[in-house]
Design a protein around this ligand. Structure first.
Ligand SMILES: Nc1ncnc2c1ncn2[C@@H]1O[C@H](COP(=O)(O)OP(=O)(O)OP(=O)(O)O)[C@@H](O)[C@H]1O
Length: 922
């Protein structure tokens, strides 16, 4: 953990106070997103701590990227400085960081069109509202100056006589000093105060006027476009607000008749608002010519600032009273008071969270961390007269206190004080109780929060797991085409199943109908077996016959009755006999008649039944007819259904054919993509492994160098005792140094390669995302965009899979970049250490130097010889290659000749066989 030790607070008159350091992390910006950069900086929740790779830093504040919101920066960091200004303390706010990291944005030095973002506009607002509140007892005067340091020249941004051009002769927007105007000079007064001679100080009396100065100066500032920032500041800009105040003091002694000036206090304090130019690497900013030269100056100024910070931030050096190189640059000279001097200083380290900037971000954080150890001694800036006044007033207060003490308080006063103490104690008790309650409530809330955080953690770890599985999941997504196919199959099977079910139920219905029909028909047959008409006739005849018979019998009976009556009238014995015979006959006839009646009734009954059965038969017939009609309908329906199914099946097969075709295409696409992913993954893996190896080697070398540096310092003491050993260890040291150099070069080379690979991956990802967006909105892709057609022609699943694979490759690449950046930053820091200490401190004598020079000479000669040999080998190989190419060409020509000859022979044979007599015969 690289936590700084500083962090002291406010600071009073002459007290030490550490430089406060805040980190401002800006979000990823357009270009970085386009390059597929990942966020490599994390803020520890609830702590002013940032982590990048394996490094961790603690500061006074961290803003942005889910740390404290940037909007709190003014209140927390700068408002106390503005407050201090009214108490007479100088202050400095310094924005530091790599080019494009957001310094101008943070400070608001690019003020345009009344925008309120940035610290300077907020400082102005707060300053004027405070002045308004104090205007009764204080008289204020405000001055502003705005200068820039461009290529080690101080330029006045508020000078009305200098020429402002949109694009001046220097190739950037900025000011050109009026010809003949003496340059601005930095001066140091006898009491060590740094002033600028010749710069414009504008007296301002309103917010509007001050804003106008900021705007005017911002427009005049030198800016230019680089690969890393469209509007890069090419200079260090310092906007200074000087606040002079004359406070009217209340006369302390009644009847004071001292002159007016003795009742006034004069304070003067300055607030420097510094927007530094950003550190840059020429290769990355793409600067050449003028921009490159500017970059060199910028870096030189920043290097000097870094050295000052190192000298002041290193406790050991500070205690040793090491020289602080303020005079190495104009920037450090101007900031002398702000760093280690009479000022309250806040440094805002601006960083980009993009992995591509990891090396620069690490360097910035290391600087900022060191700056936390710088101790300033802010004092109230009064004029000597005011100082004297304060002393006198202090004395007066002391005397009054003493007088009071000697006289002692009155008993009334004691009573009043006792009452007050009692009241205060009661209030205190009350407050303690409330505090206790509040604490217990807080702990409950905290408990709940921890629980919810645990949940979040588990969600996060789920997210992590998902991330880890993403590589496999893309293969799974590839397989999604299959699962879509499966769902189609399920549809088809369902449809077929439904169709079969319907057919079965219809069949069943038909079967039922047939069965019923059969039953009815067989029933019908029963009816049909009897000749109903004949039966009817037979029964009719029978009834008639019975009727006739009945009639005959009745006639016989009537005749007999008539005979009996006659006989009765002629009643004799004979007749009696005859009568009895007739009565008997009559009885018989009566019995015969009743029998016949019965028979007739039976016949009628039978006839009725017959009618009933006729009706039943009719009904049956009707039923049969209806069943038959139903059967026809059913058959028709079955036919229709079968036809529909057949049609559906045909279209389905057609569709299937199409799908199979598409499936084959998708399968082909899938294979192609899988192969591409695999190939790219392998390339990336190889590159990452190479990079990791180079990084590991560099780390080992740097660590070894640390220990060898210690050995060397020990060795320095034994120098001369054993000259031979010293010579050898110096040679080893030199070899080691060279190896480190080569290794740094190798890591940087790998870094560049990795960045290029990453940029290509990111470009493809961005194209795919755009194509996906177009597809999801149902829009046709724009024409003529490179690679867009291919991205759009991919199936959504393939696109998703490819995107996921690219994302995972990007994150592998990002990790590798951050790891390399970390070692490169270490190497650079050490290199910077050499610039301070000197690389050749190891050499203690002329003899050592000569020996080492000799060794270097022979190493160089060896290397050159080896190079020469390699060149020769390469040349030989080139010659051999040329020969081989020549041979290849010859053999190619020969092959073509042979092919030609073969063709002409074949033609000749064909002609010959066509014209031969045998062929004619056949
Ligand atoms: N906190 C932020 N939020 C959103 N955008 C930001 C933020 N900080 C910076 N930017 C954007 O980043 C880009 C670079 O910012 P800026 O010009 O302030 O960088 P700089 O550090 O001053 O660069 P240079 O050193 O090259 O002048 C600008 O487009 C700016 O709008």
């Amino acid at each position: 953990m690289e936590a700084g030790g500083g962090g002291g607070g406010g600071g009073g008159g002459g007290e030490d106070c550490c430089v406060k350091v805040a980190v401002h992390i800006r979000p990823l910006i357009g270009d970085e997103k386009l390059q597929g950069c990942k966020d490599c900086v994390t803020v520890v929740p609830g702590k002013p701590q940032v982590q990048i790779g394996t490094h961790s830093f603690t500061f006074d504040h961290v803003y942005g990227s889910t740390g404290t919101p940037s909007s709190s920066m003014f209140e927390e960091c700068v408002a106390p400085l503005v407050e201090g200004l009214f108490q007479g303390y100088n202050a400095t706010v310094l924005a530091y960081g790599q080019t494009g990291s957001g310094k101008t944005y943070t400070m608001g030095t690019g003020y345009k069109d009344g925008s309120q973002t940035g610290l300077i506009p907020q400082v102005m607002n707060s300053l004027f509202s405070k002045m308004e509140a104090l205007k009764q007892q204080t008289e204020f005067q405000l001055h502003v100056s705005f200068i820039e340091i461009l290529k080690e020249e101080v330029q006045d941004l508020l000078d009305p006589s200098s020429l402002s051009k949109s694009e001046n002769a220097n190739g950037h927007n900025g000011k050109v000093p009026a010809p003949g105007k003496p340059p601005i000079q930095i001066r140091e007064s006898s009491n060590g105060v740094i002033t600028l001679a010749g710069s414009t100080e504008v007296s301002v009396s309103s917010l509007k006027e001050m804003i106008a100065c900021l705007e005017q100066g911002s427009l005049s500032r030198a800016t230019g476009s680089t690969n890393m920032n469209n509007q890069s500041s090419r200079s260090h800009a310092i906007f200074t607000i000087t606040l002079e105040q004359m406070r009217r003091l209340n006369p302390l002694i009644p009847g004071n008749s001292s002159p007016e000036s003795l009742n006034e206090e004069y304070l003067c304090a300055k607030l420097h608002l510094v927007d530094l130019a950003g550190s840059e690497r020429a290769k990355r900013t793409g600067s050449d010519g003028l921009r490159f030269k500017e970059g060199v100056h910028i870096n030189r100024g920043l290097l000097a600032l870094g050295n000052v910070i190192s000298a002041l931030g290193d406790e050991k050096k500070r205690k040793e009273g090491v020289h602080v190189p303020y005079r190495d640059s104009k920037l450090t000279r101007l900031l002398q008071d702000s760093l280690g001097g009479n000022s309250r200083t806040v440094m805002i380290a601006c960083i980009s969270p993009a992995d591509i900037n990891a090396e620069e971000t690490l360097n910035t954080l290391k600087y900022a961390n060191r700056a936390r150890n710088i101790q300033n001694k802010p004092v109230v800036n009064r004029d000597p007269m005011s100082n004297e006044m304060i002393k006198m007033r202090q004395q007066l207060e002391y005397l009054q206190a003493e007088l009071c003490a000697r006289g002692g308080p009155s008993s009334n006063e004691v009573q009043a004080l006792k009452e007050r103490i009692a009241w205060l104690e009661a209030t205190n008790e009350d407050l303690c109780r409330k505090l206790h309650e509040f604490r217990s409530r807080c702990s409950t809330v905290e408990h709940c929060e921890t629980d919810s955080q645990d949940d979040t953690c588990s969600v996060k770890s789920d997210g992590l797991k998902r991330g880890l599985q993403s590589m496999e999941s893309c293969d799974f997504q590839m397989g999604e085409t299959m699962s879509t196919g499966d769902s189609r199959d399920i549809d088809e099977v369902t449809k077929e199943w439904e169709h079969t079910l319907l057919q079965n139920s219809l069949d069943q219905e038909l079967h039922e109908l047939n069965k019923r029909l059969e039953e009815k028909e067989s029933e019908m047959k029963l009816f049909g077996g009897l000749d109903t008409v004949a039966l009817k006739q037979h029964f009719g005849k029978k009834v008639m016959e019975l009727e006739d018979e009945k009639k005959t019998v009745q006639q016989e009976r009537d005749r007999l009755l008539a005979e009996v009556e006659n006989l009765a009238a002629n009643s004799d014995g004979q007749t009696q006999k005859m009568q009895d015979i007739h009565a008997q006959k009559l009885k018989m006839l009566e019995a015969q008649i009743s029998d016949l009646k019965k028979k007739q009734e039976n016949q009628v009954q039978l006839l009725k039944q017959k009618q009933k059965s006729d009706e039943a038969a009719k009904r049956l017939q009707e039923e049969i007819q209806s069943i038959k009609a139903q059967k026809v309908q059913l058959q028709h329906r079955m036919k229709q259904e079968a036809e529909q199914f057949r049609q559906w099946k045909a279209s389905r097969e057609k569709e299937l054919l199409q799908l199979r075709k598409e499936g084959r295409r998708n399968e082909y696409e899938r294979h192609k993509l899988q192969a591409l992913n695999q190939r790219q993954k392998m390339v990336l893996q190889r590159k990452t492994e190479e990079a990791a190896m180079a990084t590991k080697r560099l780390k080992e070398l740097l660590e070894a160098r640390k220990s060898s540096a210690r050995d060397n310092s020990v060795m320095g003491n034994v120098n001369g005792i054993n000259g031979q050993t010293n010579e050898k260890s110096l040679q080893r040291w030199l070899d080691h140094e060279l190896e480190v150099m080569v290794n740094v070069h190798e890591v940087r080379f790998e870094y560049e390669k990795q960045s290029q690979v990453r940029a290509a991956l990111a470009e493809e990802l961005s194209l795919l995302k755009q194509a996906d967006e177009f597809a999801s909105k149902g829009l046709s892709p724009p024409r003529g965009k490179n690679g867009f057609a291919r991205a759009s022609s991919m199936s959504p699943n393939a696109r998703m899979a490819r995107m996921s694979s690219l994302e995972s490759m990007l994150s592998i690449s990002s990790n590798s970049l951050v790891a390399m950046a970390s070692q490169l930053s270490e190497a650079e820091e050490r290199e910077r250490g050499f610039t301070n200490r000197g690389r050749w401190n190891q050499l203690r004598s002329m003899g050592d130097a000569k020996n080492l020079l000799q060794y270097m000479f022979s190493s160089l000669a060896d290397t050159r010889c080896q190079l020469w040999e390699r060149d020769m080998e390469i040349n030989e190989m080139k010659d051999q290659l040329k020969e081989l190419v020549g041979l290849l060409r010859q053999s190619e020509l020969r092959r073509k000749d042979v092919e030609k000859e073969l063709k002409s022979r074949e033609q000749a044979i064909a002609i010959a066989s066509a014209t031969s007599p045998v062929s004619k015969l056949t």
